[in-house]
Write a protein that binds this ligand. Sequence first.
Ligand SMILES: NC(=O)c1ccc[n+]([C@@H]2O[C@H](COP(=O)([O-])OP(=O)(O)OC[C@H]3O[C@@H](n4cnc5c(N)ncnc54)[C@H](OP(=O)(O)O)[C@@H]3O)[C@@H](O)[C@H]2O)c1
Length: 328
Amino acid sequence: MKYRAASRLGVAVSEIGLGCWQLGGSQWGDVSEGTAQDILGTAVDAGVNFFDTADVYGAGRSESLIGQFLSQRADGHKVFVATKLGRLHGYPDGYSSELFHRCVTDSIDRLRRPKLDLVQLHCVPRAYLESGQAFDWLAQLKKQGLIAHAGASVETMDEAILCLRHEACDSLQIIFNIYRQKPLEKVLEQAQRQGVAVIVRLPLASGLLAGTMTAQSHFAANDHRTFNRNGEQFNVGETFAGLPFEKGVALTGELKEIVGRPPNLAVTALRWILDFPAVTTIIPGATRPAQVAANVAASEAPRLSLAVHEAIRSFYHSRVAAHIRGPY
Ligand SMILES: NC(=O)c1ccc[n+]([C@@H]2O[C@H](COP(=O)([O-])OP(=O)(O)OC[C@H]3O[C@@H](n4cnc5c(N)ncnc54)[C@H](OP(=O)(O)O)[C@@H]3O)[C@@H](O)[C@H]2O)c1
């Protein structure tokens, strides 16, 4: 595993982190506590030192399982845990400094840590990013010693640029993958210039880019790939990166040919993201430990050739971009 310096976060983080939405156990089908612990253990044993979670994932379950796991490991303190607030309580317009304080102390209890490494605003409405009020509340919590760093997870590139205006913003979490290349236009460059850590979510477009799905693939009723397939409950961009599922499967078939039918498309898709130096860490999610073991290989994989990069860029513009739905 290779590590990248995240100067604003004061640490070097693993190129491949772990997304822990799945450990909530309520929006990716059932994920048992035992499987969750195995996923976390596989990640740390492979050198992963960055977890991304949120208070809302399983209404605290993801954070609690992480807290339990880290407290049982001698090296648990070495893992940087990024959490989020803004979706379990107060969404969309009921936020206040008191509410943020309560959310943070609840996360501290669940994660069993004296203070939080990083708290990200969890796709809060644009008005809070524009006024900077939400960042002010996080800065206050920093002063109180309850959090070490503050950041934001956003939906659109416009919101990303708004966040970059605020001094308190140490990190930016965005959707960036072969099917969502807009961050290349200006966000990545500006974040890098400002030293803001870039955390990449949905690197595999909810699994599409692993290349193993077919149009007949079935998902459980309690999997967002069933109940939010067309944006029924939240931004459609969070599910298959906004692509209609069957279109996404067909495009993935085309992509495989373009990149020379690699034995594991997931590794190629993750490597493509890592080839951009502005990226600090990628946080693929997993419902099985074997997926974590496969994904970490992207860090040591060779860079993709310039020709492959050009082919992927042209594929995105000519075949993919027009099909992406949702604010982006
Ligand atoms: N608003 C926000 O801030 C926000 C929103 C979304 C996500 N996130 C964060 O970002 C993380 C990553 O995003 P995501 O989980 O939505 O999308 P993702 O990482 O693109 O997709 C994860 C899914 O891809 C499949 N997968 C992973 N590795 C695989 C492999 N090697 N081979 C085959 N399939 C593989 C698994 O699907 P199966 O379940 O089918 O096995 C897994 O559940 C989340 O866990 C969460 O921490 C944040």
